[in-house]
Design a protein around this ligand. Structure first.
Ligand code: HEM
Length: 354
């Protein structure tokens, strides 16, 4: 349990769980363990060929979404947030757990897991005394009194239970003998951080487009002029959609899903902006505020993708004014996967629907 308290990254829960099941796979030292985990994850997720090899999952889920929306009766509102959440759950779930994730016999576990995930992210984003006073017994006591500790334990057990069933399903003899294509569980069982973040981003993009008709029309014109005589936009078309790329950047500026990034702790004393920061200090980076800082951005509250036309700013960690995926050694390894999914789904929604 101490591990959970010290590192509030959603993913650490999962990794802890795997470690318990496979104790000999990792070194006893936490840093070695994290380094190994990250290496595995990066190899499995970020290489261009790996992301490309999962194009089938993205294409299948986007086609399913378009069919579902097209089949809904005209004039009746649809819950796009729910549909986008399911889409991302389907994509990342298939990538992580294989095609079995979409199978009907998994529906009950998936439904429960989605609820647990939402609660997990709520807990991560909510106030905890221990975040502000990491080594204080009093803070732990206050958290216990406020019920934070109990809630964490419950979520932890539920997530653990879900992962146990995932691992068990992967160890089923029929699956092994059927020569099923290897997925990420076979290398590493961690993915949930990717579903919510990507779904929330897709939902924000569609919300911003809806409330900015000018941007919506321009984006729609771009995709419809670029892609012609095809039922759906495919991944090869995406590289020509420059305005869509700017929309995604603009959205990350205003609506980064991890508003304070993931908490980190200083390993040695350092001096930042004239302040002495002792070692062991818990550090939050408020990228939500940075994205709205008038010293950095003109009219920061306005959703204006064109601001990126003449500014060579990317979100992959080298331009510190826009770091929705973090930066440096612990930058999110899921960037390529997230961006590929976002671009494909938004382009198809713009192409297929008004
Ligand atoms: C819009 C989508 C996403 C956003 C904004 C996002 C953002 C982040 C951020 C801010 C971090 C912490 C980086 C730091 O501390 O410097 C992180 C870590 C991580 N993300 Fe993502 N992420 C997204 C999608 C994904 C996806 C799709 C996956 C995988 C399927 C993923 C897997 C991970 C993992 C494994 C880590 C932990 C890395 C480590 O601690 O070394 N993320 N993400």
């Amino acid at each position: 349990m101490a591990r959970w308290c010290r590192c509030s990254s959603a993913l650490s829960v999962r990794w802890w769980s795997i470690r318990r099941r496979r104790p000999r796979m990792f070194s006893a030292r936490t840093t070695d363990y994290w380094r190994e985990m990250r290496k595995l994850f990066v190899v499995e997720l970020t290489s261009v060929s790996r992301v490309h090899s999962f194009a089938y999952a993205r294409a299948a889920e986007v086609a399913r979404l378009v069919d579902t929306l097209a089949a809904s009766p005209p004039g009746i509102p649809v819950d796009l947030s729910c549909a986008l959440y399911q889409l991302l759950d389907g994509i990342i779930g298939t990538v992580a757990f294989g095609k079995v994730y979409g199978a009907a016999q998994w529906s009950p576990e998936r439904a429960v897991f989605q609820d647990v995930l939402s609660e997990l992210l709520l807990v991560l984003g909510s106030f905890s005394f221990e975040d502000f006073f990491p080594s204080s017994a009093l803070a732990r006591w206050a958290d216990a009194l406020a019920g934070v500790e109990r809630r964490r334990r419950r979520i932890f057990r539920q997530v653990d239970g879900f992962l146990d069933s995932v691992i068990d399903k992967h160890l089923e003899p029929e699956r092994l003998s059927a020569g099923v294509q290897e997925d990420m569980v076979d290398a590493l069982n961690t993915f949930a951080g990717g579903i919510d973040t990507t779904a929330i981003t897709a939902i924000w993009i569609m919300s911003e487009l809806t409330r900015n008709p000018r941007v919506m029309q321009k984006a729609q014109a771009e995709v419809r002029n670029t892609v012609k005589n095809k039922p759906l936009v495919d991944e090869e078309d995406i590289q020509n959609l420059k305005y869509l790329e700017m929309i995604i950047k603009e959205n990350f500026r205003l609506h980064p899903p991890w508003t304070l990034l993931v908490p980190r702790q200083t390993m040695q004393p350092c001096l930042i902006g004239g302040y002495n920061v002792p070692s062991g200090t818990r550090v939050f980076i408020n990228i939500w505020a940075m994205g709205r800082d008038p010293m950095i951005w003109d009219n920061p509250e306005e959703f204006y993708p064109e601001r990126f036309e003449d500014r060579n700013i990317d979100f992959r960690g080298s331009h510190f004014e826009l770091v929705p995926f973090g930066s440096g050694r612990r930058i999110c390894p899921g960037i390529a996967m997230a961006v590929a999914s976002l671009e494909l789904v938004v382009a198809n929604l713009l192409y297929c629907f008004d």
